[in-house]
Design a binder for this molecule. Structure first.
Ligand SMILES: [Zn+2]
Length: 470
């Protein structure tokens, strides 16, 4: 039986050492995106990682190709290609708070630590060693599996866009850059920028400035506002009620002619806004309760507060809340705002389910904003939902391989709000490498990967490659 041969192969301590050594080589290269240079479209870091990975693949006996320094290609054989496995070699910056050097892979108690051990250098090695296992074990395949080594997943995926603009898609594709068992639905995006402008006024009290958020796909952890014509003593008593309800923390200080209000929330990914504390929405709660003069900025603050009340992360007040059984609920993150004496601009990030269309989503939102004199200025288009049928041969085969080595019964594919590497690839799914319940601390300090999990993933991938390329 193939499955037992594969198990025995990866249970050999030599494979464990091979896995750790391969991951260590890749983690040793700081492959954060930099400025483009000749021969290095994403900077020298990703280019060096590409060289090192292709060297590793060649040492293992595979035919490799550096595709214009955008991606690397590693082929199982020279037969027609049936499967693309998409991994990436670039990483996000290390940030602070590491207990070890982020660019030295350290093993401790069966755990690997280092930037990229889980995202995505460890999974790349699991896929590579799976290809080697198919060859070493002589599993019968009549088609090629191509491992595509990307170098720009974290900064916009220009790498695979370049490749697929010149080369055909494979009949089947998976990326080991997310979660097991299988992600088959990725919601669409609707992220409009909207705003209004008005004439300067001398009316008091008024909100004269507001800023909040730093990136569209992050729940804003901070927001601040300036209000002319009021004192801290007028504002502070309104804060505790909002603090108790939201968990946000306000700091109110007097300034010349008015008061400054700072709101601290908590960031989270836009696809799971309930995990964060939206500082912009919390600050709007306080601002809308102030005794402000009748003027444009007051009307806008009131309108925004009505349309984006704190805690409404589903677009209910905006009139775009919806869900369907297959892809789940629409989620909304009010992400960015800048307001001055003469206008404002803001942006939200909504992840939309299959049932969302131009009329019930973008159209409904534009109509709601219009009631407050606010117009969509940019980004009013909705992007497609990526969906691969749950009963497709690819999804069914991958789930079977997952069940074989995990003992899980009736594993179900999952729908997510985020986008993975295969969002724009027809028929592509995300498959591993994180097992349910394991926190890899991706993009954070002390990123980790379990060696046992990587070896388990390699077994699953080996069986998957053998079955898909049979
Ligand atoms: Zn990744």
């Amino acid at each position: 039986m193939d499955q037992e041969k594969i198990s025995a192969y990866f249970d050999d301590p030599a494979r464990r050492a091979e896995m750790i050594s391969a991951v260590s080589r890749l983690v040793g290269v700081k492959s954060v995106r930099g400025d483009a240079e000749p021969g290095a479209p994403f900077g020298p870091g990703p280019r060096t990682a590409l060289d090192e990975a292709l060297k590793l693949c060649a040492e293992l006996g595979f035919a490799v190709r550096d595709y214009d320094h955008y991606v690397g290609l590693c082929d199982l054989n020279d037969k027609p290609t049936q499967l693309h496995i998409l991994g990436h070699l670039d990483v996000v910056g290390e940030g602070t708070g590491w207990a070890t050097d982020p660019y030295t892979c350290v093993e401790k108690d069966g755990m690997l630590y280092g930037r990229g051990v889980s995202d995505d250098k460890g999974p790349v090695c699991a896929a590579l060693l799976a290809m080697k296992a198919v060859r070493d074990l002589g599993l019968p395949v009549s088609k090629n599996a191509r491992l595509i080594l990307g170098t720009d997943e974290e900064s916009g995926s220009e790498d695979i866009a370049y490749y697929y603009a010149r080369e055909p898609y494979a009949p089947q594709t998976f990326t080991p850059d997310a979660d097991f068992p299988v992600i088959h639905i990725e919601k669409g995006h609707y992220c409009p920028e909207f705003g209004a402008s008005w004439d300067r006024t001398a009316a008091l009290p008024r909100v004269s400035g507001m800023t909040g958020g730093f990136r569209r796909n992050v729940v804003p952890p901070e927001a601040r506002a300036e209000v002319l014509g009021l004192r801290a003593a007028d504002v502070a008593p309104l804060c505790p009620a909002v603090e108790n309800r939201s968990g946000a923390v306000f700091t109110v200080t007097d300034m010349v002619g008015g008061v400054r209000i700072h709101c601290a929330g908590r960031n989270a990914h836009a696809a799971s806004p309930d995990d964060g504390i939206n500082a912009i929405a919390a600050l709007l709660e306080v601002l809308a309760a102030l005794p402000l003069a009748d003027c444009d900025s007051t009307r806008i603050i009131g309108g925004l507060h009505t349309l984006f009340p704190y805690g409404d992360n589903r677009g209910r007040a905006l009139g775009i809340a919806q869900s369907d059984e297959q892809s789940g609920e629409l989620t909304l993150n009010l992400a960015l705002i800048t307001l001055s004496e003469t206008g404002f601009s803001a942006q939200f990030d909504a992840r939309v389910p299959l049932c969302a269309d131009r009329e019930n989503c973008a159209g409904a939102c534009e109509a709601a904003l219009e009631r407050y004199g606010i117009t969509v200025t940019k980004g009013g288009e909705m992007t497609h939902v990526h969906v691969v049928e749950a009963d497709s041969p690819l999804v069914r085969t991958l789930l079977e391989c997952y069940e074989t080595y995990t003992g899980v019964e009736n594993a179900k594919p999952i729908a997510i709000g985020g986008g993975t590497y295969v969002h724009d690839i027809p028929g592509g799914v995300a498959f591993g490498c994180d097992f349910p319940g394991f926190d890899p601390k991706m993009h954070s300090a002390n990123e980790q990967a379990s060696v046992d999990n990587l070896l388990l993933a390699a077994k699953i991938f080996t069986l998957a490659i053998a079955r898909l390329c049979k």
